[in-house]
Ligand binder design. Structure first.
Ligand SMILES: [Zn+2]
Length: 271
């Protein structure tokens, strides 16, 4: 999920993660700058008389929580527009986001930053006009959102697939109740369509396009690496502990467009 500010994430639980919840501390943390070349780190038998360097504790411990968790290793990203808001007066914004996703969404540099979590690439595949109407109220329940997805999927010639991340762009004046309740500006979720999981994200409207791109990319990272929101790559303590959360709203440029940074456990930092 994306919070409006990263203050809470930056200060939360920084001291209690090492080896918590029964997950062994990651031996790679002994050498946070080793760039993954770790083979010799374990070969301590022949240096028994040298004091071993104190392992540098990393403030977070992102691990795959279950070896059978779903992962989207080569995501296809679709933008879905809620209501006609982006069709007419706000077509300029729509075109901006389409251009942005077309650029970084097809750039290996964007996806490579997730390679330590098994993501090998990804692509932007287009947009869908999700619904013509605003919704039953200004506050959308999760059921309202999945009902709209189901209605649209029922009318598409190709069914949804499990490698796609459906990023729903909400218009100004319409919010997800879940986001409002949690003070989020976006979240990702999964629901079942015809007995198969559909992974989607909800992006709250902002006129600040940098913030919006940060939210979109934050949720893409998390939907890819922790699709079901619990068993994929995350810190073991639960809550706001996915790879997007620790770098919330910190942005960097990929080509011409700002994207959010993502947590690297290997480097113990945002990149
Ligand atoms: Zn998040």
């Amino acid at each position: 999920m994306t919070k409006p500010s990263d203050e809470a994430a930056a200060t939360a639980d920084c001291t209690q993660r090492e080896g918590s919840q029964g997950h062994p501390a990651d031996p790679r943390l002994d050498a946070p700058h080793s760039g993954g070349v770790s083979a010799t780190i374990y070969d301590v038998g022949n240096v028994a008389h040298k004091p071993r360097a104190t392992p540098a504790a990393c403030i977070h411990n992102v691990q795959r929580q279950s070896s059978s968790s779903p992962l989207i290793t080569n995501p296809k990203v679709v933008l879905l527009w809620w209501s006609t808001y982006f069709w007419d007066r706000h077509r300029t914004e729509r075109d901006f986001y389409k251009a942005a996703l077309s650029a970084f969404g097809n750039d290996p540099a964007f996806w490579n930053r997730l390679s330590e979590y098994g993501v090998t690439g990804g692509s932007y595949v287009g947009t869908i006009d999700l619904t013509r109407f605003g919704g039953p109220s200004a506050s959308l329940s999760e059921q309202d959102i999945t009902d709209a997805l189901t209605f649209r999927f029922n009318n598409l010639t190709t069914p949804p697939d499990q490698d796609t991340i459906y990023a729903i762009m909400l218009p100004d004046g319409l919010s997800s109740a879940y986001d409002t309740m949690n003070s989020f500006i976006g979240h990702h979720q999964v629901y079942q369509y015809n007995g198969k999981p559909v992974y989607y994200a909800v992006v709250e409207y902002s006129s600040n396009t940098t913030q919006t791109l940060s939210v979109i990319t934050h949720e893409i990272y998390e939907a890819a690496t922790d699709p079901d929101g619990s068993t994929g790559y995350r810190d073991a303590s639960g809550g706001e502990d996915e790879v997007g959360d620790f770098c919330n709203l910190q942005t960097m440029m990929i080509g011409m467009y700002p994207v959010q940074k993502v947590w690297s456990q290997k480097d113990c930092g945002c990149k």
